[in-house]
Design a protein around this ligand. Structure first.
Ligand code: PHE
Ligand code: NA
Length: 442
C-alpha cells in the first residue's frame, strides 16, 4: 500500500493552518493573556512566535518531509536507527495524547455552547452558566461527543477526512471574527479592554518578566502546534515541490492573525461586561474567559441567538481541525511502525483518551494543571529535542531539505536558520523550561 499524501499544496497549507488555528487562539490565548498582564504578554508572545515559532515550524517540516514518517519513526529513520532519538519522537506521540485529553474537554464545552445557543439556555446568566457546566458528569458526556467527532474524521484519513473538512472552515472563521471584532470594539466600556490588551505595560513586564516569558513561550508553541510532532506528521504527507519557508510563514501569519482577532473580540467584551479585571481570579479570567464574555455579549444584542449558533459552530469546526491533528500523530505512529489498521488504531486511541479526558472533565485542579502548566513543559521539551535533532543530527541534510522547492532568496537564509536551530533556539527553550520548572517548584 502506498502512503497517503495531500491532494494539493493548498490542501496541506489549509490542513496545517487548521491544526494551528483552534482553541489555542480563541480560548487559551485570551486566558493566558488575561493572567499575564495583557499587553505585556502579547508583546513577548508575538516576539517568540516570530523568532522561535517560525524557525521551529521549519525544523518540524524538514523532519517530516525528509522522513515521510510519524515523529517516532522519523527520528529513528533519519538517525539511522537510534533508539534514543526514537524515544524523543515517542515523547511527542505521548504529548499528543496528553493534549487531546484536555482539548477534548474544552471542545466539549464549545459543543455544548453551540447546542445551547439554539435554545438560548445560557442567555439569562452567562457567568453562572459556565460555572454550572464546566466540570462534572455532563462535561464528560460532551467530551465524549467531541472525541467521537474527532475520531470519525481521522478514520476517514488524510485526503477525504482532514483535507476536505479544513478547506471550508478557515475562511468562515476569519469572516466571523472580523465581524465580531468590529462589533465588540464599539461596545460601551470596550475601551478599557482594548487598552488592557494593546497598551504596552513595561512596568508589568519588568516585575513579572520570567512568568510572562514562560507562559508566552508555551502559548507560542501551543498555538503553532509545535513540539508534539503534528507538523512533522503533516509534512510527512508532502512532496518535494513545496516551498517550506513560504508555507510556514503563511501558516504563522494566518494563525497569529486569528489569535489577535480573537483578543479583539474577547477583551472588549469582557471589560464591557465585567469592568476591570482584577487578576487571575476575576470573574471573566481563567479558562472560562471566552465563554463568559461571549455568552454575555450574545445575550445582549438583537439576533444574538443565531449569531451565537454561527459563532460556536465555527469554533467547533476550528477545534475539530486541531483535535484531529492531535489524534493523527499516535494513529500515524501505530499505522507506520506497528502495521495497525487505521480504523483500529483510531478507535483504540480514542478509547484511551476517553478515559484520560474524563479525568480532566471531573477534576478542575487536574484540568488546570494539565492544560496550563504541563502542556507548556511538554511542548517546550519536545521542540527542544526536535531542534537539537535537526541542528546536530541532520545538519547539512536539513539544509538541503530546507532548500528543496525554495527560491534562491529563501535558500540564502538557510545557513542562518540552521545556525539558530543549533544554538540560540534550543538554549532559549531550555531557559524557559527552567523558568517554568522553577515556577512550579516555587
Ligand atoms: N495549535 C492548536 C490550537 O491553537 C492546538 C494544537 C497543539 C494542535 C498541538 C496540535 C498540536 O488550538
Ligand atoms: Na493556534
Amino acid at each position: 500500500m502506498t502512503r497517503e499524501s495531500w491532494h494539493t499544496r493548498l490542501g496541506f497549507i489549509l490542513a496545517a493552518v487548521g491544526s494551528a488555528v483552534g482553541l489555542g487562539n480563541v480560548w487559551r490565548f485570551p486566558w493566558m493573556t488575561a493572567e499575564n498582564g495583557g499587553s505585556a504578554f502579547l508583546v513577548v508572545y508575538l516576539g517568540i512566535v516570530l523568532l522561535v515559532g517560525v524557525p521551529g515550524l521549519l525544523a518540524e517540516f524538514v523532519i517530516g518531509r525528509r522522513s515521510q514518517r510519524n515523529p517516532a519513526g522519523a527520528l529513528y529513520r533519519l538517525s539511522s536507527g537510534s533508539k534514543s532519538w526514537r524515544a524523543v519522537g515517542l515523547f511527542g506521540v505521548v504529548t499528543a495524547l496528553v493534549l487531546l485529553s484536555f482539548y477534548s474537554v474544552v471542545g466539549g464545552w464549545i459543543l455544548r455552547y453551540f447546542l445551547a445557543s439554539f435554545t438560548g439556555s445560557y442567555f439569562g446568566s452567562p457567568g453562572a452558566y459556565f460555572g454550572s457546566i464546566d466540570f462534572g458528569v455532563q462535561a464528560v458526556g460532551f467530551h465524549v461527543g467531541f472525541l467521537a467527532l474527532t475520531a470519525l474524521v481521522v478514520v476517514g484519513g488524510v485526503r477525504d477526512g482532514i483535507e476536505k473538512a479544513t478547506k471550508v472552515m478557515m475562511p468562515a472563521i476569519v469572516v466571523l471574527l472580523v465581524a465580531l471584532a468590529a462589533w465588540a470594539v464599539t461596545r460601551p466600556g470596550a475601551g478599557a479592554g482594548l487598552s488592557f490588551y494593546l497598551d504596552f505595560d513595561a512596568a508589568y513586564l519588568r516585575a513579572n518578566f520570567f512568568d510572562v516569558l514562560g507562559a508566552a513561550a508555551g502559548q507560542a508553541l501551543f498555538t503553532l502546534s509545535l513540539g508534539v510532532g503534528t507538523m512533522i506528521t503533516y509534512a510527512s504527507y508532502l512532496g518535494d515541490d513545496n516551498n517550506l519557508v513560504f508555507d510556514g510563514s503563511a501558516i504563522a501569519v494566518l494563525n497569529t492573525g486569528v489569535g489577535v482577532l480573537a483578543g479583539l473580540v474577547v477583551f472588549p467584551l469582557l471589560f464591557a461586561t465585567f469592568g476591570e479585571l482584577t487578576g487571575p481570579a476575576a470573574t471573566g479570567g481563567g479558562p472560562g474567559a471566552l465563554f463568559v464574555s461571549l455568552a454575555g455579549a450574545f445575550s445582549q444584542v438583537p439576533l444574538g441567538q443565531p449569531l451565537a449558533v454561527l459563532f460556536f459552530g465555527v469554533i467547533v469546526l476550528a477545534a475539530l481541525s486541531s483535535s484531529i491533528s492531535m489524534l493523527e500523530i499516535p494513529v500515524a505512529y501505530l499505522v507506520d511502525e506497528h502495521g495497525v489498521e487505521r480504523r483500529s488504531a483510531t478507535l483504540g486511541l480514542a478509547g484511551l483518551v476517553l478515559v484520560t479526558g474524563s479525568a480532566n472533565a471531573l477534576r478542575p485542579s487536574l484540568f488546570t494543571f494539565v492544560s496550563g502548566t504541563l502542556v507548556n513543559l511538554m511542548l517546550t521539551a519536545g521542540l527542544t529535542g526536535f531542534l537539537v535533532f535537526v541542528g546536530w543530527v541532520l545538519g547539512a541534510d536539513a539544509l538541503s531539505e530546507y532548500s528543496s522547492g525554495a527560491g534562491s532568496r529563501v535558500q540564502s537564509l538557510g545557513p542562518a536558520w540552521l545556525w539558530s536551530v543549533r544554538t540560540v533556539l534550543p538554549l532559549f527553550l531550555v531557559a524557559t523550561l527552567a523558568v517554568n520548572l522553577l515556577a512550579l517548584a516555587g
